[in-house]
Design a protein around this ligand. Sequence first.
Ligand SMILES: NC(=O)c1ccc[n+]([C@@H]2O[C@H](COP(=O)([O-])OP(=O)(O)OC[C@H]3O[C@@H](n4cnc5c(N)ncnc54)[C@H](OP(=O)(O)O)[C@@H]3O)[C@@H](O)[C@H]2O)c1
Length: 252
Amino acid sequence: MAATPIAVVTGASSGIGAATARTLAAEGFRVVLTARRKDRIEALAAELNEAGHQATAYALDVTDRAAVDEFATAFRSLAVLVNNAGGALGADPVATGDPADWRQMYETNVIGTLNVTQALLPALTASGDGTIVILSSTAALSSYEGGGGYVAAKHGEHVLAETLRLEIVGTPVRVIEVAPGMVRTEEFATTRFRGDTEKAAKVYAGVDAPLTAEDVADTIGWAVTRPSHVNIDLLVVRPRAQASNTKVHRTL
Ligand SMILES: NC(=O)c1ccc[n+]([C@@H]2O[C@H](COP(=O)([O-])OP(=O)(O)OC[C@H]3O[C@@H](n4cnc5c(N)ncnc54)[C@H](OP(=O)(O)O)[C@@H]3O)[C@@H](O)[C@H]2O)c1
């Protein structure tokens, strides 16, 4: 009997990562949930196991290279890696943005993705049919005022995806970039505005149906279950009410 294919999801403690773990578990993957908040990933793994799926939780900070390398020793073969851990900090103009925020966003979104991808690439290759998903953003493709450090970091992640795809062509690993627009998740905007829920709510104010974490997970689930020879290079997904990063229809 063939072994159950394994999918690692980073940032699986909330939002898109948690929804993706649920989707991939339902698709028949054994999911390995990682994030810094162990209690949350353990609770989700327990819920999935109770529902008859296969899930394990592993506390991991993607910016900690030694911890990521240690984590990777558990895998000789890996089918799917979803690099989802990331996010935004602040919405200040370039003129006044805090360099510490810029650094942290680069560390988490770009170096975090680099760390996990480098560490797990041998196992993905050894599987003979590996898939790497990189959760960038529409911020990876064009700028917006106040986006500053997040836009820069997500552009970095986009370049990482493009370059890796060029470099590993000919190996049995594909690189899929999913670039969502506005997704209303429980924590993204609250983290960005450091717990200011009023400011966070304004991001979605008057928008008829922003994307949900489940919408993005559905997109990821579809992309990774295409036949092996089909590589969805870049998938941009936005709510109907959003035509660009700066053109959003609001009923206010
Ligand atoms: N929401 C949107 O509008 C939107 C749009 C486009 C792209 N995205 C991207 O989609 C991804 C998920 O966003 P989301 O909306 O689901 O946000 P979220 O709910 O804030 O989730 C972010 C996840 O990343 C994890 N994380 C953050 N720093 C980490 C670190 N150093 N090590 C390990 N895990 C870390 C968090 O877990 P812990 O805190 O437990 O570590 C959490 O699980 C991000 O890359 C984000 O940039 C979001």
